[in-house]
Write a protein that binds this ligand. Structure first.
Ligand code: XMP
Length: 369
């Protein structure tokens, strides 16, 4: 049984022993439970030398920086630093998922290295947790926050990762124990590169705007459906000819392939292939989904919910349940909630159609890139 009080007590002692002589420490906070808990625990151990900063990458939820600063008032002071233009400059026009992730990571660490220099810090606190480490080592994707050795070489920075051995549910227990507000402790995970990995395919500011608005709607409406993660992603609504495929279960879905590629996992390795659009909402079992994606040559399947005659973008609503984030099942919201969300998303400027992702992990990943 995990005991958060014991973890905190031992970690604080260890941090004091290992880093007690630090001049100044920079804690980069994203607003998620991992980075906030890391910052607060290091602050508890080392005191005033810890400086917390929230870097606005431009890929955050609307208004996120101020929400985070307000909710941490009294626990830790957070400086807001806007570097969105720099991120956009490096990523605009990139299409390949890995190239986007790597470009994000380069700017991210470039910005942090500058802040470290500006603030005179000798350590950087990161919210890396066990799943981040496992997935990067397994080669599934470039996780933006797992590169401590490379980072230390490149920037001459040393990294403190107080939660590296914990799973997400344990981090939440530690957060509550430390008095971090429930709104953050129970918050759904948000990827480091943020809405960039949900602005699927070629990156444009227009598509990002659609994702930001759709995210707000989905997060407002799906908060109570019991999903561990629920969000929206968008890409161009460009699909090929219809075809169909009969699965060994007897089900024969008709589908079209989007031009846009998405990520998945097969046999523990990353897959990058088109996304399929299925005409009706079907409940695919994991084995059906695996057979379908493999035989159709796609990474995942999305069911069409609503459509109109104009607009450039397709928005997919994703809602999954998981404990360890290494595997995940689809959580179908009550249909009334799902259709209300899709109707509202369909009203967003530029949206042509809305769907619901029916693929478990594996064979899909939780995120689209
Ligand atoms: P996937 O898409 O690999 O996601 O099934 C598993 C979990 O990790 C989150 N995720 C990330 N978190 N940096 C992060 O800090 C990243 O680059 C990143 N990519 C995915 C994702 O939201 C899910 O909870």
């Amino acid at each position: 049984m995990f005991d958060p009080a014991r973890f905190v007590e031992e970690k604080v002692e260890e941090l004091r022993r290992d880093y007690g002589g630090a001049r100044r420490v920079l804690a980069a906070i994203s607003g998620g439970v991992d980075s906030v808990t890391s910052a607060v625990i290091v602050r508890r151990a080392l005191g005033e030398v810890v400086r917390a900063v929230y870097v606005d990458t431009g890929f955050m939820r609307l208004g996120e920086g101020s929400v985070v600063r307000e909710s941490l008032r009294g626990l830790i002071d957070v400086d807001l630093v806007d570097r969105s233009e720099r991120f956009y400059g490096a990523i605009l026009g990139l299409e390949d998922a890995e190239k986007k992730r790597v470009a994000f990571r380069d700017v991210f660490y470039g910005v942090l290295a500058e802040l470290i220099g500006e603030y005179g810090c000798d350590y950087l606190v990161q919210g890396t947790i066990k799943a981040d480490v496992v997935e990067t080592v397994g080669g599934v994707k470039t996780q933006h926050n797992v590169l401590s050795e490379e980072l230390q070489r490149e920037y001459g920075v040393r990294v403190i990762e107080p939660l590296r051995e914990l799973y997400k549910h344990e981090v939440r227990e530690v957060a509550r124990y430390l008095g971090i507000p429930e709104s953050i402790a129970r918050r759904q995970p948000f990827p480091g590169p943020g809405l960039l990995v949900r602005t699927v395919g070629r990156f444009t500011l227009e598509k990002l705007g659609v994702v930001q608005k759709a995210t707000k709607i989905v997060e407002d409406l799906l908060g109570d459906v019991g999903a561990s993660q629920y969000f929206a992603a968008a890409w161009e609504y460009e699909v090929g000819e219809e075809s169909s495929l009969c699965l060994s279960s007897g089900r024969c879905p008709s589908f079209r392939k989007f031009r846009t590629l998405g990520t998945g996992v097969r046999d523990g390795r990353r897959v990058y292939a088109p996304i399929a659009l299925i005409n009706q909402l079907v409940d695919l079992s994991e084995s059906e989904a695996s057979e379908f994606t493999e035989r159709a040559g796609v990474s995942r399947a999305v069911a069409l919910l609503a459509e109109r005659s104009s607009g450039r973008y397709f928005v997919s609503i994703r809602s999954v349940g998981t404990r360890d984030f290494m595997t995940a099942r689809v959580v179908v919201p009550p249909l009334e909630v799902l259709y209300r969300a899709s109707a509202r998303v369909l009203e967003v400027d530029g949206v042509r159609a809305v769907g619901f992702d029916i693929t478990p992990k594996p064979p899909a990943t939780i995120e689209y890139e």
